[in-house]
Design a protein around this ligand. Structure first.
Ligand SMILES: Nc1nc2c(c(=O)[nH]1)N[C@H]1C(S)=C(S)[C@@H](COP(=O)(O)O)O[C@H]1N2
Ligand SMILES: [Mo]
Length: 321
C-alpha cells in the first residue's frame, strides 16, 4: 500500500490525480472515519494535498456526484487559473495568491431578506455538511476540466437568511483589499469582482458554494475560502473569495458584462449554438490534454440540460446570452 511504502514522503502530485487513487482515498477516509482513527497530518498530505497546508475539509458526507467523468489533475486545476486580483496571466494566481489571508473570513448577507447577517467560514465548514461533487467546468476561453469540488448547495446558506418575495436576484462580491490582492491596484477590472444569479438559478440544487477541491480546502488561487460553482455556466460566473451576498429585486451588474456587454451577458449559460463575438463556443479542450489531442464537442448547458433547461423555457438564448 502507498502509505506503508512511503511513510515520510508525500506522494508526487501526479500520483494522486488518477480517478482510481481518488476512489481509493475516499475508501481510506471512509474507513478511517468508521473506525474512529484520525488520519495523521502526514497521511492527509500524502493522500490529498501536494501543496498548501493540507487541511482536510471537516464535516464531510459522502455523496458521489459526476457520471464517470475523468478527473482533471490537481496540478492542472490549481496552476492554470483566472483570478485577475493576482494578475491577468493564467500562471499568476498560482504564483501570487499566497498573499491572500483566508482567516478570519466573514461573509455578509443582506438585501431583500428577513434575517440579514454575517457568517464566518469556520461556522460554514463546521455546521454545513460538505459534499463531494464532480462537476464539469468550462471557461469561455474554451478550456474545460472535471473537478472534484467539496462544498454544498448555495440554497442551504441562502435559506438561513430568509429571502423575501422581493428577492428576484442574488448578487455576489469578492473581497476588495489591494494589499492582499495586488492586481486590484491596476484598473484592469472595476473592483471588486461582481457576479449575479437569478433567484431560481441560485436556489437550484446544482448551484454550489465550493470550499475545497480533492477533499482539502481550496487553494487560494481557486478562490479560497469560498467560491461559487455553477456547472452549466461559463467559468466567469464562478466568483471567487466571496465576502458579500445580497438579495435584490433588480438584475445586478456583473463585472464582465460591464467590461464588455457585447461579449459577456448576465446569463452566460454554456451554449454551443451561441458564439462569442470573437470565437466559436462549439468545442473545448480538456485541461491537461496535449495541444494535439482532439477537441471535444461542447454540450448544451455543459451537459446539464436535463437538470436546468426548464429554467430558461421560452427565453431567446441568443438575446439572453
Ligand atoms: N474574483 C474573481 N473571480 C473569478 C475570476 C476573477 O478574475 N476574479 N475569474 C473567473 C473566470 S474567467 C474563471 S474561468 C474562473 C476560473 O476558476 P479556476 O481558476 O478555479 O479554474 O474563475 C472566475 N472567478
Ligand atoms: Mo473564464
Amino acid at each position: 500500500m502507498l502509505i506503508r511504502r512511503r511513510p515520510s514522503h508525500p506522494i508526487q502530485p501526479s500520483a494522486i490525480t488518477q480517478p482510481e487513487t481518488f476512489a481509493q482515498r475516499r475508501q481510506l477516509l471512509k474507513a478511517a472515519m468508521a473506525t474512529g482513527i484520525g488520519l495523521s497530518t502526514n497521511l492527509a498530505h500524502a493522500l490529498v494535498k501536494p501543496q498548501g497546508d493540507g487541511t482536510l475539509i471537516p464535516n464531510r458526507i459522502d455523496t458521489p456526484h459526476g457520471d464517470g467523468l475523468t478527473l482533471t489533475a490537481y496540478e492542472n486545476i490549481t496552476r492554470y487559473n483566472n483570478f485577475y486580483e493576482f494578475g491577468t496571466g493564467k500562471r499568476d494566481p498560482f504564483r501570487y495568491a499566497h498573499t491572500l489571508q483566508t482567516r478570519p473570513w466573514v461573509v455578509k448577507v443582506d438585501g431583500e431578506c428577513e434575517a440579514p447577517g454575517e457568517i464566518g467560514i469556520e461556522d460554514i465548514l463546521r455546521h454545513i455538511p460538505q459534499e463531494e461533487r464532480i462537476y464539469r467546468f468550462r471557461c469561455v476561453e474554451a478550456w474545460a476540466m472535471n473537478v472534484p469540488w467539496n462544498g454544498f448547495s448555495l440554497m442551504t446558506l441562502l435559506k438561513r437568511f430568509k429571502p423575501t418575495s422581493k428577492a428576484k436576484y442574488v448578487a455576489f462580491e469578492t473581497l476588495f483589499d489591494p494589499e492582499q490582492m495586488p492586481g486590484q491596484k491596476r484598473s484592469v477590472l472595476d473592483w471588486p469582482y461582481r457576479e449575479g444569479l437569478r433567484m431560481d438559478e441560485a436556489m437550484h440544487p446544482l448551484t454550489m458554494l465550493a470550499t475545497g477541491v480533492y477533499g482539502t480546502e481550496l487553494p487560494n488561487q481557486n478562490g479560497a475560502p469560498l467560491r461559487l460553482v455553477v456547472p452549466w455556466k461559463y467559468g466567469f460566473k464562478s466568483i471567487k473569495s466571496i465576502v458579500h451576498i445580497r438579495f435584490t429585486d433588480k438584475m445586478p451588474g456583473t463585472t464582465w458584462q460591464q467590461m464588455a456587454p457585447d461579449e459577456y451577458g448576465f446569463y452566460a449559460n454554456v451554449n454551443p449554438q451561441v458564439d462569442h463575438p470573437r470565437w466559436s463556443q462549439q468545442q473545448h479542450r480538456m485541461l491537461g490534454d496535449s495541444f494535439f489531442a482532439r477537441k471535444q464537442d461542447t454540450l448544451m448547458f455543459n451537459g446539464y440540460a436535463e437538470a436546468v433547461a426548464d429554467l430558461y423555457r421560452g427565453m431567446d438564448l441568443h438575446q439572453f446570452y
